[in-house]
Design a protein around this ligand. Sequence first.
Ligand code: LAN
Length: 757
Amino acid sequence: MWKLKIAEGESPWLITLNNHVGRQVWEFDENAGTPEELLEVENARAHFYNNRFVQRHSADILMRLQFARESPLPPLPPQVKIESTSDITGEAIKTTLIRAIRFYGTIQAHDGHWAGDYGGPMFLMPGLVIVLYVTGALNAVLSEAHQKEMCCYLYNHQNEDGGWGLHIEGHSTMFGTVLNYVTLRLLGQGPDGGDKGAMERGRAWILDHGGATAIPSWGKMWLSVLGVFDWSGNNPLPPEIWLLPYFLPVHPGRMWCHCRMVYLPMSYLYGRRFVGQITKAVISLRNELYTMPYEKIDWNIARSMCAKEDLYYPHPLLQDALWAFLHKVVEPLLLQWPGSKLRERALMTVMKHVHYEDENTRYICIGPVNKVLNMLCCWVEDPNSEAFKRHLPRVADFLWVAEDGMKMQGYNGSQLWDTAFSVQALLSTDLLDECGPLLKKAHSYIDKSQVQEDCPGDLNFWYRHISNGAWPFSTRDHGWPISDCASEGFKAALALSQLPRDIVGEPISSQRFFDCVNLILSMQNKDGGFATYELTRSYPWLEIINPAETFGDIVIDYSYVECTSAVIQALAAFRKLYPEHRSQEIETCISRAVQYIQNIQKPDGSWYGSWAVCFTYGTWFGILGLVAAGRTYEDCSSIQKACDFLLSKQLPCGGWGESYRSCQDKVYTNLEGGRTHIVNTGWAMLSLIRAGQAKREPEVLHRAAISLVNSQMQNGDFPQQEIMGVFNRNCMISYSAYRNIFPIWALGEYHRHVLRS
Ligand code: LAN
């Protein structure tokens, strides 16, 4: 049976700053599990499989079953169902909250964080499997049980038309289909067979849509590494870009760190034209993926092909001209003497940066894509290197098992982020007796996860911002600072510092709070807003060189409403407690941030959020930022408009339900069939309550509260509904703890501010 291990790490190759606090690893133990337990798991899997086209998001049942065994659910008061607004009582809401909190306590990990599935994207596991395959480490890193579980996941997420999407809820794309088909092949599936002829159906999808020449650029790169696509069919990724002077706007040091960190190892592999061993499987794949014989493919034409199903950001003409010039003129020069000298130097520079990133994330790396690319580069540089050995045990940090199988996650988890929100949600309920033990453990997680150092060396040389005082998104070992994670962690830590120590434990020291303030202040952009990990370092027009057809807005780090609002909220909370500390700077920072938020509000009163779906999420942050800065509904027309916007989207049954299509199309779109979603409903309620809706027309909030209360399950849990997270405009990602966090938070505030007022 699969077991989730928390905060453990045995391998001598692992390095950690805090005893692996927050680390999540699934291990398979053949001997574990009674027949009843194994049956429960089998039933959950079968249920997922049978409903997979209706409910595409798994519900973290394996983790839930495990926690239920380890910490049994305390007795719960009877479930509440409310029929009409006249039946709402404080008691009913309180009962619902107590049930929700008791359940949520049982799924808190022993180190204080809430674990959960951070899957969703369907293009990550192929990268891992290809890298393990070409480095010969597949069977050493992935046990038979792992590989079986991965295949199960891929079958579960094959669409009815035979293809695979960019993410679990997406339509079939060439990117998803070719890469996942190849993955199944490398995991040992023959070209025929699979679940219900899965392989044939997958291949048919590929060939019907033009064959793998039409895969987007990241797919071309992966296939080239494997040896089933020619490197000359790739647009150039010259590593020499790292040798350019920093004042040029295209310098990679000025790009969004995720973009920079992904193209860094890619440029190494491109510069080396690295290809793995040509095995039988590789030769066979060359015959399976194309509509014509492999030798006859015109790679120059393939270079700029992309299937229409994949095209989110079509290359501007100028970009294609640039690629043609680099491909036809510059590359040939760099491949022969004396240009080749420059290439060697560039490749060495690139590897220096790869190693720096590896070492300063304890070999976790900033994300799942550069994780596996860096690992491959280290192996290409030296297959026996210590670096490669250190990479291997960190692969497990990205893998997650649920009833739909084993997946590769979008990060090494969302531990800190979920825990910081959870603390705020629990505090909103004011039920300290119930929440005390949960808060104490969460406090300890937040304490141990703060980043307490900058990266070593000359930060400018490494293109790194400071990180001391930040909170990361996942774990301290990951360590990259993010403005809004720092802010949410900070808000939670500040609130906890005001509660009795015997209940929630010792507060974090003022000095560490000051470090966080220092970090936050250093991250404000010229436009007054806040970007994610760093300052905005270059210009939006650089987006014309975004080569990734499937993603939008990846080249530079932009200011976002979420980040900006989180910062305002954190600084506002801080200055209430420490009115003397850097007060003038904080004042200026907040007022510029407020200006920014007002400037980017849409004419219909909404804000467009970038990291979850989308208008409900952005508007939640927009309103909370303004309110935290002291604006009120009465004196601020932005807030009025934002409330009108939210009210106009409330569904007849009282909730809200926003589809991921909102993000792609940038137009508010309801979920299919007008379904409500508890997470959207939570955001909308939290926004309206903060904006004083209770004084104006509480009826709206009553109806929303009913929809949350009635959605609670027998055991106090809430159901997993549609996927809610987003990145780069087009790819969805799971936030599995939100189903518990936002109903608790919204009902907590509702109980306190609506029913009691
Ligand atoms: C994340 C996860 C966290 C997220 C929030 C903190 C929630 C957000 O408010 C700011 C942006 C951030 C940090 C974020 C950015 C993009 C990430 C890193 C991800 C969605 C997790 C995965 C994604 C990453 C880019 C996936 C790899 C794919 C590439 C295109 C490189």
